[in-house]
Design a protein around this ligand. Sequence first.
Ligand code: HEM
Length: 325
Amino acid sequence: MGGAGIRVLAAVLALAAATRCAAQLKQDYYAAVCPNLESIVQDAVAKKVQETAIAVGATIRLFFHDCFVEGCDASVILVSTGNNTAEKDHPSNLSLAGDGFDTVIQAKAAVDAVPQCANQVSCADILALATRDAIVLAGGPTYPVELGRLDGLSSTSTSVDGKLPPPSFNLDQLTAIFAANNLSQTDMIALSAAHTVGFAHCGTFSSRIQPAAVDPTLDASYAAELQAACPAGVDPNIALEIDPITPHAFDNQYFINLVQGRGLFTSDQVLFSDDRSRPTVVQWSQNSSDFEQAFVAAMTNLGRVGVKTDPSQGNIRRDCAFLNN
Ligand code: HEM
């Protein structure tokens, strides 16, 4: 077989392996061991979000950052130890808000408090469920969550290098990094709409609002608002709502903002500036049910990324922040 043939075979085998893993996830995975799992997690997430609405965006982003590094295996939740710097301490993860981690810890505690369920449910699955519940609590679409992921056995800061998109990415770069996770450009556009909730620090978009060179794709009055909120030398801890129009609602306002030149990151606004993704942005700005349908499909695909289902690859962590033993 020639080189091209081997490459084709390798691609087919990789696809088959990916499909096999995904096929092992199923909605009723815990039906026998923890029949009320969904409502236990839902109640815990609702309680957490009632305490602080910040938990919504924090949890959704945590799931994304988990899945893109070593797959959806809760490896992002592990803490660093004496001789190991974990994923969560990589520069790209330092802005993950503590309330996302706490949402998972609280939900895990609620699950483990039910004797039948104790130590039966993975942190990775609890994060997947909590993410769906956070989206629904913010008014977004509901969807069935596939379950059966095992928790990863390692977490290293170096494994994060190059795996998460910076806000400066253009369309080709965004498409490529999502493709590396078996996600389409349409999935990428849909998932970017998670920026309809949550916060961003001034430093993530400051290069776009330099008075001498304001990004021309940015609406002028929005640029002025951002400059006022994030002047040169601003406290780096200051964060703004990513969607200032409906900051707490999980809706298609994100796409309406993009059409108006009000996307906060370069990676947001490029979805409208680039001819290749603009038609999708325009369509979803006008039709929220089309957006919701695409979003649900994309979240399901995100939840399948690199999942571990073989006991040789993972386990069910007793404490989401620490490896067993
Ligand atoms: C497409 C490429 C993406 C880029 C470049 C990107 C970049 C960023 C950046 C820079 C922030 C601000 C972080 C901070 O300053 O604290 C942020 C926040 C956020 N991102 Fe993304 N992101 C992307 C995709 C996604 C995806 C796929 C999701 C989830 C499905 C997501 C969910 C969120 C959420 C919810 C927040 C707000 C977090 C909070 O309030 O704590 N992002 N993103």
